[in-house]
Structure formats: C-alpha cells, structure tokens
Design a protein around this ligand. Sequence first.
Ligand SMILES: NC(=O)c1ccc[n+]([C@@H]2O[C@H](COP(=O)([O-])OP(=O)(O)OC[C@H]3O[C@@H](n4cnc5c(N)ncnc54)[C@H](OP(=O)(O)O)[C@@H]3O)[C@@H](O)[C@H]2O)c1
Length: 427
Amino acid sequence: MDSLKVAVLGAGVVGSQVVRLLTEQKSELAQRVGAPLEVIGVAVRDPKRSRHGVPAELLTTDASSLVAKADIVVEVMGGIQPAKDLILQAIANGASVVTANKALLSREGSDLVLAAEKAGVDLYFEASVAGAIPLLRPIRESLAGDKVNRVMGIVNGTTNYILSKMETEHATYEDVLVQAQDLGYAEADPTADVAGHDAAAKAAILASLAFHTKVTIEDVYCEGITKVTDADIIAAEEMGFVVKLLAVAERMGDDAIVVRVHPTMVPKSHPLANVRDAFNAVFVEAESAGELMFFGRGAGGAPTASAVLGDVVAAARNRVTGGIGPGDSSYAELRKLDISHARTRYYLHIKVADRPGVLAKIAGVFADNDVSIQVLHQDGRGSDASLVIRTHKASDAALAATLSGISKLDVVDSIIGVMRVEGERGE
Ligand SMILES: NC(=O)c1ccc[n+]([C@@H]2O[C@H](COP(=O)([O-])OP(=O)(O)OC[C@H]3O[C@@H](n4cnc5c(N)ncnc54)[C@H](OP(=O)(O)O)[C@@H]3O)[C@@H](O)[C@H]2O)c1
C-alpha cells in the first residue's frame, strides 16, 4: 500500500521524540499499520536550530503547506493559535489529527470534535492527559458500556513533585519550587502548573469523555498549590494524611457533575498517597467495573511521544482499513454545577482563645450549618491554643458558611488552615 504522509507540527520536547520514534521504528510501524508512515515535514518557528533526532531537511516554517499535503497531522506545537486553525485545516482536508494540546482541547475541544465528526476523520488526543498513561482510550472505548461516576487523580507532575518534596524534606513551597526549576521539573514561569491551570485543563478533557458532556476549563473550579504551607503538610502527616493536588470530576445525582482541582488531604493508606515525584495516577470509578487505577509517567518527551505514537498508529490503521475509530460524544449534556455543590470532608486548623466555652461556641457554628464534626483535638495552650477539626462530608457552601461564622466569633483568633479531604470511605 502507498505510504501514509505524516506532518509533525512542532519539534520541541514532544515533537522531536515523535519524529525520532517514527524514524527509528519505521519498519515495525509499517507492519503494525499495514502501510509505511512517511514523515513529510516538521513545522517549527526556527528552522536554523538543530534538533536532536530530527533531520534538518524536514524542518519548515510553512506549517500550512505541510498540513495541506498530509494524511495524518500530529500537532505538538501547543498554544491556541495557530494550532487550532492548522488542525481545522487538516480536518477540512480529510486528514486524521493527533494532538497533545490540552490547553486547546480544554477550551475549544468541542469545535474540533464537531469538525472531525462532520469530516469523518479521526481526532485523537491521548497524550493531552497524563502523558504516557493509557487513560482516554480506556475511558472512551473500554468503559463505553459502563457508567463512569467519578474520576479522581494526580494529573500534574510538577506540583506532585513539589508537594512530595515538601513532605519528605519538610521544606517550604518557595524553596522546593526553586529546586524543581533547577532540576527542570518546573518551568521558569511555573504559573500554569502551580496555579492548577494545567490540571484544570486535563480535568475538563477527562470530564468531557467520562460524562459525555461538553466541559471546558471555564467549568472547572481551580485552586493551585501556591498557598499550601509547610504547616499544612505537617498537620496532614500528624493525622496520617498527605497533601496532593487532585483533579476530581464526579456525578452529582442523575443529571449534573462538578469538576474541581484543589490541594487535598488524602489518607496515607489510599493508593494516590503513594504516587510521588513527577508521576501521575488517575482513579476511575464506574458503576459496573468498580474502581480502576491508571499509573505512570505523566509528562516528558519520550513518554508523551509514546502516547502520540499510539494515536498515530490507531489513526493510520483506520485509514488503511477505511472508516474511523469511536469518536467523542456530548449527548448527555449534564449540568455543570459550581464548587458550592461539591461534597467532601474538610480539615480545619483554628487558632483559638484558651478559655472555657470555646468548644461549645465553635461546635455551635458547625451545627448551625449542618456540618458534622468527625474528629477534633486541641493543640497547644495559652496564646498557642488551636483546634484541629476534621468533618464528615458537607457541601462546599455549608463549609464556606461555617468558616464565615467561625471567623466572626470572639474566641477565634484566626483560621490557620483549611483543606478538603478525599479518599476515605463513607459519609
Ligand atoms: N512536554 C511534555 O511533557 C508534554 C506532556 C503532555 C502534553 N504536552 C503538550 O504537547 C505540546 C508540545 O509540548 P512541548 O513540551 O513539546 O513544547 P515545546 O518544547 O515548547 O515545543 C513546541 C514546538 O512547537 C514549535 N512551534 C510553536 N509555535 C509554533 C508556530 N507558531 N509555528 C511553528 N512551530 C511552532 C516550536 O518551534 P521552535 O522549536 O522553533 O520554537 C517547538 O518546536 C503542548 O501542547 C503540550 O501541552 C507536553
């Protein structure tokens, strides 16, 4: 059979590894696909810069002309534009598209899915969430006959690395961030990671697939790790917990979902607690399948390229056999509720006056707002007196009202720490 023409847009961390693998595994891939894959060009901004593993003669700055000649377009340039227009151009041309672009998918994914559906071409994006980990295909295909109720996981390696180091080295967020930047685990501008935006983009993509509903990053509650203190980490440790940045997407009743990203205390006995450093792991709970966990490298050139190549082979096989793979649907149109509807447990650390009657006043505010206390203990004496409280499940709205009520009490000096708690069974 004639070769399939592959255009690669971008030759950075991921793109250069994609080209390397397509070149090194050429004959193997031809066997698996049933036709040779020919890299016809690699679009970059600066064609003069040499790139390891990418032949200079393949480099071009004319991405659009490259796309026009391709059967399969691999978009690994990132950003919204020109990536979006190039993908739409590819789709309009009848090419299959593979992308790792979570920023684009989490904002404009439904436009792309719709365009691909109309044109009858594949649009695959396994690498956009959790790097090398096969996650989207299992959700889309293996669980197609089940009902996913919840997806919860660690989907950002940079923040997991920072939180792991804060835990093991008892270092501050600021110190660990500098260390992470020196070691290449964090970008010079780490905002997208530490503010939770990257995890929120992935949460939107996961939720869209899991719940057959159009979910964008705007629908995701997002709180990063910049306010996590060493005191929070120590408090978690003393209670037998660790702090993780979790992405959680879950059903609320029959017709709604909440999608959220925030620092979370997780019991040490929970499998997610042992996911350390730059690794990712995602828990999927489905009605019939029960709990499933996916674990592996969530980023990096070669691991991400592995996921991209998997998509390229799938799209190429479909072209060889004719037809397209299963697409993504948003038929369910579940309502997307805001964070106030989420139900979790909470940890609170409150600096209080050391005198009789304090507990009764604070417990009264919890009761008034229907937030039930699970564990309470007093720490320190005199001016160091504080209360550590863990609650049973309550809505975020109830917790917000409780915090507001507590902060107005004359026996309360300040609220030192508040964090959501996940991973315990029951209410
Ligand atoms: N890095 C990871 O571990 C990882 C993991 C999962 C998903 N992803 C996703 O994969 C994509 C690529 O990430 P990356 O880390 O490989 O990025 P990167 O290292 O910054 O590489 C981007 C590449 O795209 C090229 N490029 C950017 N804008 C362009 C334009 N307007 N025209 C032509 N070429 C352009 C750049 O060219 P120059 O080299 O000439 O500047 C560069 O080669 C992103 O969507 C990212 O979110 C990355």
